[in-house]
Design a protein around this ligand. Structure first.
Ligand code: NAP
Length: 222
């Protein structure tokens, strides 16, 4: 049984990953900024007798991340970190607002780096651990009206590939996950996607991730 920290676990893919790992008997820590969303997922897991914790944390704050990780480690070891939380704003570059650019960079890139950096010493000390970074096909190729989002995902691809090499001689596993569009609240405030209901169900993607996770460094989901 593993203790798994999942960022952005109050909705979408993070929620489905949490439910799926719990069904397999693992303990999950649901991390996000909005307590009410995390509590709904927590209640659902508890109804099926799963073990679950909630951590309120803004991953774009290094101080908040370090404090959260320190607190969680006083309660026990962590075996797997899933860097799933992410935000997206879309449109022609000239139309982006500065706060939107900053939020994507601060959440998608810095948040992933902060959490990985905060947990890596623990993983190295316990001589086991795994980091799974949820990227996107936006980390594989450029897309129209997605320039900054794509830039943030390319950054995490580079970060992940580098960590794989850096940790090659250790038992720590680092995995990048690339998937296409999912029908989640991610698209709630944009008309970039015409009909999000045609996208894949995040439950399906979570299932594929669990089924295909054999400690390799990349998982591609069409
Ligand atoms: N949906 C797609 O089509 C798609 C496709 C490929 C890849 N992805 C990637 O999949 C991941 C999950 O996205 P999703 O589709 O499941 O979207 P989602 O439902 O919007 O989930 C993202 C979660 O991240 C949390 N979050 C955002 N900013 C945060 C911050 N600063 N600190 C902590 N938590 C934060 C949000 O909760 P709070 O706001 O409550 O904190 C939210 O629950 C993202 O990395 C996304 O880029 C999505």
């Amino acid at each position: 049984m593993k203790r798994i920290l999942i960022t952005g676990a109050g909705s979408g893919l993070g929620k489905e990953l949490a439910l799926s790992y719990c069904r397999l008997g693992h303990n999950v820590i649901l991390l996000g900024r909005t307590r009410s969303k995390l509590e709904i997922v927590k209640n659902k897991i508890q109804q099926s007798r799963g073990k679950v914790e909630v951590a309120i944390c803004n991953i774009s704050s290094e101080v908040d991340v370090q404090k959260t990780v320190d607190e969680l480690l006083t309660e026990g070891n962590i075996d797997l970190l899933i860097n799933n939380a992410g935000v997206g704003y879309f449109g022609p570059l000239q139309n982006y607002q500065l706060p939107q650019i900053n939020e994507m960079i601060d959440t998608n890139i810095k948040g992933t780096i902060y959490l990985s950096k905060a947990l890596l010493p623990h993983f190295l000390k316990q001589n086991r651990g795994k980091i799974m970074n949820i990227i996107s096909t936006a980390g594989q190729k450029g897309k129209v009206n997605e320039s900054v989002y794509v830039a943030s995902k390319f950054a995490i691809r580079g970060f992940t590939e580098s960590l794989v090499k850096e940790l090659e001689q250790t038992p720590i596993i680092v995995t990048a996950v690339y998937m296409g569009g999912m029908d989640t609240p991610f698209w709630a405030n944009t008309n970039h996607i015409k009909d999000q209901s045609r996208l894949k169900n995040p439950k399906e993607i979570a299932k594929i991730i669990l089924e295909n996770d054999h400690n390799q460094n990349e998982i591609f989901i069409n």
